[in-house]
Design a binder for this molecule. Structure first.
Ligand SMILES: *[C@@H]1O[C@H](CO)[C@@H](O)[C@H](O)[C@H]1NC(C)=O
Ligand SMILES: *[C@@H]1O[C@H](CO)[C@@H](O)[C@H](O)[C@H]1NC(C)=O
Ligand SMILES: *[C@@H]1O[C@H](CO)[C@@H](O)[C@H](O)[C@H]1NC(C)=O
Ligand SMILES: *[C@@H]1O[C@H](CO)[C@@H](O)[C@H](O)[C@H]1NC(C)=O
Ligand SMILES: *[C@@H]1O[C@H](CO)[C@@H](O)[C@H](O)[C@H]1NC(C)=O
Length: 487
């Protein structure tokens, strides 16, 4: 007792040691159990001997807080009467307590007593709800609500979310109150469909629980805005791939396909469709405005519109819209049609120029342009359009096969050919002949003019000289006469 300077101190130390031991033994005996609302949990009665070695006189009791909910004495079972206690069931072998169809208010301290022995279990109940019952449309924002109820002291919890690809998801907003966490997530994509995991973790690490939930995102498997290029008079099939089969949507929904030529133009409904909870798909044609067909055999979960011999002005926006419980999601395909023409049409005569015109029906993305080139031609026969130009003209003087390409990211998306025929030889001769003939004629005329001009001039001069001579003669005569008269 030398280390203890005073008796009081020693007593205190022993008391403290006893107290700590008691706490630790209590803590050891108090097991932590986690239950999920709606599911079932099994609380063990730790340390109890098996049924056979249990004395028949042993009294076994299960208590919730201070209330006895089940009791066994002399092989007689008693259960607390009432609807709620239908939730509780004790297994015959290990005297485990099963709590079915858990609700938040089931959280608390459960004690199993036999003889003088007590085993305590602390039950935490979590309830995770997903907005819209987990059935979303593309671009919708899910909200998760995690509620929990625990016996005191309530643990501080942190939450980590994993999406269907097992990647950690950071909520856009998190609203915490002691027993309720609200998490607002990012907009969903069709690929987010699947089983997500919500990990609940307490600082003391007593709780580390995964709660899984299913998210279904109805939508389109293609990228949101697709551009489709087509050459005039070709056959175009526009397809929208829906994901309802892939994600096992199992609920009915409807939809339609609309077309409008320009952003501002009026939309025309082409068809509508519905899909039943069993995944059966029905399409109904709505419009006769546009020459189109609904293909008989479409791939599964695909909506298709077929445009045989597409016209330049059938370009524009084709939109497929899905509707579920008054909510909508859509996917657009922009159809761009290309055509080529020539001015003047007809064969190209030597030395004459012709203009080839290549046109697309709508604006092109920044990385796309048009190109005219002559097949097997020279570098000189290539002309590219500038950015945002929807029409490319080229003045040509060489016949042959000319091609207009729509190029995007150095990739030839579509091409149209224009065959420029050379005018037949006789036409050239006629043209040449005519021009030579014409020249000769003009030359002859000029010569004639010059010749006649010269001769006229000469004649004039000669007439003038003769007139002068005549005058002279006349004058001379007069003089002579005068002379004569003077003589
Ligand atoms: C919970 O789920 C995540 C993601 O799937 C996993 O990494 C982790 O190990 C799980 N934790 C527990 C306690 O099961
Ligand atoms: C689905 O479409 C078919 C064919 O147009 C129609 O007969 C049926 O009534 C529609 N079903 C629903 C639930 O709208
Ligand atoms: C398309 O253009 C042609 C002639 O160029 C015209 O007859 C037709 O009505 C136009 N169609 C639409 C849908 O504008
Ligand atoms: C281009 O050249 C190739 C190979 O010399 C030839 O086979 C083809 O017919 C030519 N095409 C035209 C349009 O001249
Ligand atoms: C093509 O020729 C026409 C008429 O000669 C002219 O107006 C036009 O500017 C020319 N275009 C190009 C691209 O050279």
């Amino acid at each position: 007792m030398e280390s203890c300077s005073t008796g009081v101190n020693c007593v205190l130390a022993v008391f403290l040691a006893l107290h700590l031991g008691l706490i630790s033994s209590m803590a050891q005996q108090t097991e932590q159990q986690i239950g999920i609302a709606g599911q079932e949990v099994t609380l063990p009665c730790r340390g109890i001997p098996s049924d056979s070695s249990l004395s028949p006189h042993t009294v076994v009791t299960w208590m919730y807080s201070d209330t006895v909910i089940w009791r066994m004495e002399n092989n007689n079972h008693w259960r607390k009467p009432g609807a709620v206690s239908d939730q509780f069931q004790v297994t015959s072998t290990n005297k485990e307590l099963k709590v079915r169809n858990l609700v938040l208010s089931n959280a608390g301290i459960y004690t199993c007593k036999y003889g003088s022995y007590k085993a305590r279990t602390s039950l935490h109940v979590f309830k995770l709800t997903v907005s819209l019952d987990g059935h979303f449309l593309q671009n919708e924002v899910p909200e998760l609500t995690l509620m929990h109820n625990s016996p005191d002291p309530k643990p501080a919890l942190s939450i980590t979310l994993f999406n269907s690809n097992n990647n950690i998801v950071t909520p856009e907003r998190e609203n915490k109150s002691p027993q309720k966490h609200i998490l607002n997530l990012k907009k969903l994509e069709a690929t987010d469909s699947g089983t997500w995991v919500c990990n609940v973790h307490s600082d003391s690490s007593l709780i580390n629980q995964n709660i899984s939930f299913v998210v279904k995102v109805l939508g389109f498997q293609d990228p949101d805005m697709e551009r489709k290029y087509a050459t005039a008079d070709s056959t175009v099939i526009l397809s929208w791939h829906l994901n309802f089969q892939k994600i096992k949507w199992n609920k009915g929904f409807t939809g339609q396909v609309n077309w409008k030529q320009q952003e501002s133009a009026k939309a025309h409904e082409l068809l509508d469709f519905n899909v039943t909870a069993l995944g059966e798909q029905h399409e109904t044609r709505k419009s006769s405005h546009l020459l189109f067909e609904i293909p008989e055999r479409t791939p599964k979960s695909t909506i298709q519109v077929k445009l045989p011999k597409v016209h330049f002005n059938h370009s524009g926006q084709y939109q497929c819209q899905l509707a579920y419980k008054g909510r909508h999601v859509q996917s657009n395909i922009e159809l761009v049609v290309m055509k080529v023409s020539a001015n003047p049409v007809g064969p190209l005569s030597r030395g004459v120029k012709m203009t080839l015109i290549c046109e697309v029906s709508g604006p092109l993305p920044p990385k796309a342009h048009l190109r005219w080139e002559r097949v097997n031609g020279t570098q000189m026969d290539i002309k590219n359009s500038k950015q945002h130009e929807v029409k490319l003209e080229v003045n040509i003087s060489a016949a042959g096969l000319w091609s207009c390409h729509l190029i995007e990211d150095n990739d030839r998306k579509i091409s149209l050919h224009y065959h420029v025929e050379e005018a037949p030889v006789w036409i050239n001769y006629v043209v040449t002949g005519a021009s030579i003939g014409g020249s000769v004629l003009v030359f002859a005329l000029v010569c004639l003019c010059i010749i006649s001009g010269i001769s006229w001039q000469r004649r004039r001069q000669r007439a003038k000289r003769m007139a002068q001579a005549r005058q002279y003669l006349l004058e001379n005569k007069t003089c002579q006469c005068q002379h004569w008269l003077k003589k």
